[in-house]
Design a protein around this ligand. Structure first.
Ligand SMILES: [Zn+2]
Length: 301
């Protein structure tokens, strides 16, 4: 067992996660985030989350917000989300059906059904470069990536995102709900007003016109957002938007700044339990002074 695994095992054994779950989290709505989860791990995770929480669709929470019925939602309600629309999400269908787990998958409408790679997987980039690029404007990012020999529009490499047919088949199951993650995974606060508006509006329209979905939610790429982006999301007709700011949600949460806890796609059950309880997110934010995704918008017109 490595150091990280030992830390999560130790925290789990303190029963702090149990306390968080049964006391703090009990009447809250928890949203969790995955990206490209492996099916075998998904089986373990979904079994555990199913045991500890009441997994509900995002729509149930949105509906309850409209009717004032959030307190009637089951205790320890938990919403599972996936960002980016990775093609590996398709092979989770068997596990999703097995546990009858509702999930929401947030798609980049300009990347799905293409051979465009997710630019952050560009093999020429190391972790630090990816983190830097995530915070660039769209134009800066395209230029820097082109300089490194990666062109997201060239359709290079194997397909990384879900295809049209896979999305349609998953949507048919009834447990999988698709929502928007912008067109190109843009860092919205770093976009010009026009670019941010296109990213937010076009992705909704693409997914509604191309797939017949009702798009009511947007997940901010990298969890980055500004007041301007919130306004654009509201104007575009979304009912809510989801951040990666750590925290729980309730009947008073700002619907355009919903909070969410992230899991790494390789985390084991100890880490899952500690992170799902919210303890880890709060602890990290407290210790590191980790900034949330809220930013000033780019002043470029
Ligand atoms: Zn993303």
């Amino acid at each position: 067992m490595g150091y990280k695994e030992m830390v999560f095992r130790a925290i789990r054994l303190t029963l702090i996660p149990y306390f968080f779950r049964e006391v703090i989290q009990k009447r809250k709505i928890t949203i969790v985030l995955y990206h490209g989860l492996d099916p075998q791990l998904a089986d373990e995770h979904f079994a555990m989350l199913n045991k500890l929480y009441n997994i509900i669709p995002l729509d149930d929470y949105l509906e309850a917000r409209k009717t004032g019925g959030v307190r009637q939602l089951p205790p320890k309600s938990l919403i599972i989300t996936f960002d980016d629309g990775h093609k590996s999400n398709y092979i989770l269908l068997q596990v999703i059906k097995k546990y009858k787990i509702p999930v929401s998958i947030f798609l980049c409408s300009g990347i799905i059904d293409t051979n465009h790679q997710f630019w952050w997987n560009c093999p020429q980039l190391d972790h630090d470069e990816v983190e830097t690029l995530k915070k660039c404007s769209y134009e800066e990012r395209i230029k820097l990536l082109a300089d490194r020999g990666f062109s997201g529009s060239a359709g290079l490499g194997d397909r990384e995102a879900l295809s049209h047919d896979e999305i349609a088949e998953m949507a048919n199951v009834g447990l999988v709900n698709f929502q928007s993650h912008t067109v190109n995974h843009a860092c919205l606060p770093r976009c010009s007003y026009e670019k941010a508006s296109i990213e937010i509006n076009k992705s909704k329209k693409d997914l509604e016109d191309g797939y017949g979905f009702e798009i009511s939610a947007l997940s901010y790429p990298n969890g980055d957002y500004s007041d301007r982006d919130i306004e654009l999301v509201k104007q575009a007709g979304y009912e809510c938007a989801i951040t990666v700011d750590p925290g729980f949600n309730d009947e008073l949460s700002d619907l355009f700044r919903l909070k969410r806890f992230c899991f790494s796609d390789s985390c084991n059950t100890d880490e899952l339990i500690v992170k799902a309880s919210g303890f880890w997110g709060f602890f990290r934010a407290f210790i590191s002074g980790q900034s949330y995704g809220y930013q000033e918008a780019s002043r470029k017109s």
